[in-house]
Write a protein that binds this ligand. Structure first.
Ligand code: HSE
Length: 416
């Protein structure tokens, strides 16, 4: 692209991320970018910019050949899919922040780039302002990775911090996360772990060369967290964090999973509080490295979009080296077991999940809680049943590589 002129951006969406990008470009006047046209949905909404910026017709932006690049920052993944695939079919350069879109359609988005010569970057889709895709994609392109795990959802981390540090009720903390612009339009995605799952799918493609269909990944969240679970965590001198993790087993299989977990003071991720995200990338030779930064909010996410805008204008594109180098697509280690705490009002779940080594933690008329071991396969297969039952499930260690925690670390039972 011609770097001696101001490059024109067509923007889709003017919510938290779109406005964040606009605001940064307004302040950083030395940057050679200008938002030329913004496509939004609701003509009745009062906008902070003059009306000539806006259009309600996506085609007007998609067809405008004066635009140098497009930024997609809308929350609806289906609409984002229509826009991004149409733009890639025209061979355009596109930056998106939409993690659900990328997680569900990565193989198709790759094929469209190959066929029509367009480019898609999506750093803002994972861990907000942390440049984690670029780090995994570039710095770790040739080193085999052993594990990537972290806190990938700012809203649920904010809620957990407010609960554990300020003793705030869950719904008050969730409302705050929404008011601060951290949460998705549908906050279920945040608190149920689905948003973390989408981000984990994207990271896995870059880190382990395996495109995961989101349906392959079991996800559990903090939406059913209750006082008994908080008591269990406190009794074990731990807090709870929502962990997204993927690691490779000695047999070369992958274990991807999103699960709340007990986190001890000594854990790398214990320092990640409020809306921050943290990702530990463990290389086979470099060992574990913690990346920490703001995972949500207009400016951090807008800054990640801006970084992609600059890179795409300089002809950067992802090399997908791990995807392209992988000779044998790694299978999922469905027989991998991990130790969990499960509280439910439907004890039949214990049998459904084939929980082994069960230890009763609580046996009240309205709920039973046990600790036991469960396979990844059973979690994947029965995840809907766990959600439908309103059960709360928790890993006893944020290290999902451990099949069973060491005896001295074993969680202490709270027998009632
Ligand atoms: N709702 C998301 C979060 C925004 O809370 O992390 C950033 O992807």
């Amino acid at each position: 692209m011609d770097s001696n002129r101001i490059l024109k951006i067509g923007l889709f969406g003017f919510g938290c991320v779109g406005q964040g990008l606009y605001d940064i470009l307004e302040r950083e006047t030395q940057l050679p970018f200008q938002i030329e046209k913004i496509c939004v949905k609701d003509p009745t909404k009062v906008r902070p910019l003059s009306p000539e910026y806006f259009t309600y017709d996506a085609e007007e932006v998609l067809q405008d050949d004066r635009l140098d690049l497009l930024v997609e920052a809308i929350s609806d993944a289906q609409e984002a899919y229509q826009i991004v695939t149409a733009a890639l079919r025209k061979g355009k350069r596109v930056v998106t922040a939409n993690k659900k879109l990328v997680a569900f359609h990565l193989p198709e988005l790759l094929a469209l780039q190959q066929e029509f010569g367009g480019v898609l970057l999506y750093e803002a889709a994972v861990a907000g302002g942390i440049p984690i895709i670029r780090a995994v994609e570039e710095y770790f392109a040739n080193e085999p990775l052993v594990r990537v795990h972290g806190i990938l959802n700012g809203s649920s981390n904010y809620i957990l911090s407010q609960i554990f540090q300020q003793q705030k009720p869950y719904h008050e903390a969730l409302k705050e996360a929404q008011d601060k612009g951290f949460a998705e339009l549908d906050p279920w995605l945040d608190v149920a772990g689905a948003d973390s799952r989408h981000k984990l799918c994207i990271l896995t493609a870059h880190a382990f060369g395996r495109t995961l269909a989101p349906e392959e990944v079991a996800f559990f969240g903090i939406d059913f967290l209750g006082q008994r679970d908080l008591d269990f965590a406190k009794h074990n001198n731990s807090s709870i964090k929502l962990i997204a993790s993927v690691h490779v087993t000695p047999e070369g299989e992958l274990v991807p999973l999103v699960l709340p977990s007990l986190v001890k003071a000594t854990d790398d991720l214990n320092v990640v509080e409020q809306e921050f995200n943290g990702v530990v990338v463990q290389g086979a030779y470099s060992g574990p490295q913690l990346f920490k930064g703001r995972g949500a909010g207009g400016h951090p996410t807008g800054a990640a979009v801006l970084s992609d805008v600059i890179s795409i204008s300089k002809d950067y594109q992802y090399g997908y080296r791990k995807l392209n180098q992988t000779l044998r697509i790694p299978a999922l280690a469905l027989d991998h077991t991990l130790e969990v705490y499960l509280r439910t009002s439907d004890p039949a779940l214990f049998d459904t999940l084939e929980l082994e080594h069960q230890q009763i933690i609580e046996c009240a008329p309205d709920a039973e809680a046990v600790v036991g071991t469960v396979t990844l396969g059973n979690l994947v297969q029965h995840q809907d049943k766990i959600r439908e039952a309103g059960a709360f499930i928790l890993a006893l260690s944020s290290d999902f590589t451990k099949t069973k925690v060491q005896k001295q670390e074993k969680a202490e039972a709270v027998l009632s």
